[in-house]
Design a protein. Structure first.
Length: 121
């Protein structure tokens, strides 16, 4: 089965045209080798590595499908073997926001100046 067609049937990429563009741009690897041809044949057992939206997903093909069916049917076409995402703590903005009591409203100009002085020091 064609690679772009399988990506479309498995509902990994929204349209077949978009799937062909992803493959043509080199965002898909088949068994570790970069694929630039949407017409490349894939079969059950192949491992696809796809870079989607700032994340890398790894799928093992379990079946080729005959149509683009509903999501539960599409999930039977692959096994997701991606490692769990690593969560990075957001320490950049930690402590910058001043703590205000709920319902206290917006800070006044005097309070904002005091907060600015605290942040500068």
């Amino acid at each position: 089965m064609r690679l772009d067609k399988w990506l479309f049937f498995a509902r990994i990429i929204k349209s077949r045209t978009l799937a062909a563009k992803y493959v043509g741009a080199g965002h898909v690897r088949v068994n570790g080798e970069k694929s630039n041809q949407p017409s490349q044949n894939v079969k059950p057992g192949d491992v696809l590595t796809i870079s989607l939206q700032h994340a890398v997903k790894i799928y093992r093909i379990t079946d080729c499908g005959t149509r683009r069916g509903p999501a539960p049917e599409a999930q039977l076409l692959y096994e997701d073997i991606s490692p769990p995402p690593v969560e990075k703590p957001d320490t950049k903005f930690e402590g910058l926001a001043a703590k205000r009591d709920p319902g206290a409203g917006r800070p006044t100009k005097k309070e904002r100046r005091e907060l600015d002085r605290l942040r500068k020091n």
